[in-house]
Design a protein. Structure first.
Length: 92
């Protein structure tokens, strides 16, 4: 069974020094049977950083990507979230 790997760039509403609280909220918004594969940070400008989140969605479950993107948009403190790398993998 394959999976869909999506990397999201999550922009906070303000400058954030520590993403732990935001990571916990994102993890809580994750649909069942999906997993977070990794985290990263990307400098944007003037001290602003974006949080990078790599999520693995099962290929056979419809609507999970849209469900997660909708949940991301509703998290307090998130200004914007965008998927910028989407790929299919055949490994579980």
């Amino acid at each position: 069974m394959g999976a869909i790997l999506v990397v999201y760039k999550v922009f906070p509403e303000d400058i954030v020094q520590n993403f732990d609280a935001l990571k916990a909220k994102i993890t809580g918004a994750l649909p069942q049977s999906s997993t977070i594969e990794g985290w990263g940070e990307e400098d944007i400008a003037f001290g602003l950083k974006a949080l990078l989140v790599q999520v693995r969605f099962p290929e056979d479950k419809m609507g999970l990507v849209e469900e997660f993107e909708s949940a991301l948009a509703k998290i307090p403190g998130v200004s914007q979230a965008e998927a910028f790398n989407i790929r299919r993998t055949s490994r579980d």
